[in-house]
Design a protein around this ligand. Structure first.
Ligand SMILES: C[S@@+](CC[C@H](N)C(=O)[O-])C[C@H]1O[C@@H](n2cnc3c(N)ncnc32)[C@H](O)[C@@H]1O
Length: 248
C-alpha cells in the first residue's frame, strides 16, 4: 500500500502515539531478545514517522537507518529528529540500500503485512545482517483479536486477505536462512480508556480503516462511542501484538 496516496502521514503520530510505558516495553524486549552492542547498526525497516528510530538509537547507543518508501512518512520522521545518530532513506524492503552483512539488527514494527514481496524482504534482511545478527519484528497477524474488529466488521475481509498468519511469517524468514528464536504474544495498552481510544480511532490513521466506506466508518465510530460512554472510567484498552525474533 502506498502511504503517499493517503492522508495517514499527517495524523499518524497523533493517532498511533505509543505511551512511554508501551515504548519501554518494546525496547525492553529488543534488549532481552536481540540486544545490539553499543555502536551497532540498526535498520528500522518500514520506519514510517520514526516512532521507534530515535528511541532505538538512544536506548542501545546505536546508529539507526530508518528505511521507508513513503516520502510523506519520512518527512514527519525527519521533523522529529533531535540527534545525529539516525538517518532516513527512501527505499523498499525488497531492495535495501545497505551493504551485505553491515547490520546487527533489523527492527520492523507493523510493516511486514505491507510488503508487496515478503519473501524478497526476508531475503534482504538476511543479506544485510551479519552472521548472528537479529530480525526483531512486532506485527499483528491473522490470528490477532483486535478491539477494532468488534466495531468495524467491514475491515474483516481486508484483514483476512492482507495480514499474514504466524506460521507464514516464520516460514518467510526460515526460507531466507534464519532461525526463529522467540515468538510471543505481547499485550499492549493502546489507550488509557475507551474515550481516548475512540478519539485516536476517529483520526482514521490506519490502513484498514482508511479503506472501508465512509458509511461503515461512521457506523463503527458510533458503536465505539456508545461503548466508550458505557465503559468503566479508566478501563485501559489493550491489543495483542505478535513478537518474533529470528537469528541470522
Ligand atoms: C503502519 S506503518 C508502521 C510505521 C512504523 N514502523 C511504526 O511502527 O510506527 C507501515 C509503514 O510501512 C511502510 N511500507 C509500505 N511498504 C513498504 C515496503 N515495501 N518496504 C518498506 N516499508 C514499507 C509504509 O510506507 C508505512 O510507513
Amino acid at each position: 500500500m502506498d502511504y503517499d496516496g493517503t492522508g495517514i502521514a499527517r495524523v499518524y503520530d497523533k493517532a498511533r502515539t505509543l505511551a512511554p510505558e508501551a515504548l519501554r516495553l518494546w525496547l525492553d524486549l529488543v534488549g532481552r531478545d536481540a540486544a545490539p552492542a553499543p555502536g551497532s547498526l540498526i535498520i528500522d525497516l518500514g520506519c514510517g514517522t520514526g516512532r521507534f528510530s530515535e528511541p532505538l538509537a538512544e536506548r542501545f547507543d546505536a546508529r539507526v537507518i530508518g528505511i521507508d518508501p513513503s516520502s510523506k512518512m519520512l518527512d514527519q520522521a525527519r521533523r522529529k529528529l533531535r540527534g545525529d545518530r539516525v538517518a532516513f532513506e527512501t527505499a523498499s524492503a525488497s531492495a535495501l540500500p545497505i551493504a551485505d552483512g553491515a547490520a546487527d539488527l533489523v527492527f520492523m514494527s507493523m510493516v511486514f503485512h505491507r510488503f508487496d514481496d515478503a519473501a524478497a524482504a526476508a531475503r534482504e534482511c538476511r543479506r544485510v545482517l551479519r552472521a548472528g545478527g537479529h530480525v526483531a519484528l512486532r506485527n499483528s497477524t491473522r490470528e490477532t483479536d483486535f478491539p477494532k474488529y468488534h466495531f468495524f466488521p467491514a475491515i474483516e475481509p481486508i484483514v483476512a486477505k492482507e495480514l499474514p498468519s504466524r506460521s507464514r511469517i516464520a516460514e518467510h524468514f526460515e526460507n531466507a536462512g534464519m532461525r526463529l528464536s522467540v515468538h510471543e504474544i505481547v499485550p499492549q495498552v493502546v489507550a488509557d480508556d475507551w474515550q481516548a481510544y475512540a478519539q485516536k480511532t476517529s483520526l482514521r490513521a490506519d490502513s484498514f480503516l482508511s479503506r472501508i466506506s465512509d458509511a461503515d466508518f461512521a457506523a463503527g465510530m458510533a458503536a465505539l462511542r456508545a461503548h466508550a460512554a458505557e465503559a468503566p472510567p479508566g478501563e485501559a484498552v489493550t491489543e495483542d501484538v505478535d513478537w518474533f525474533v529470528f537469528v541470522a
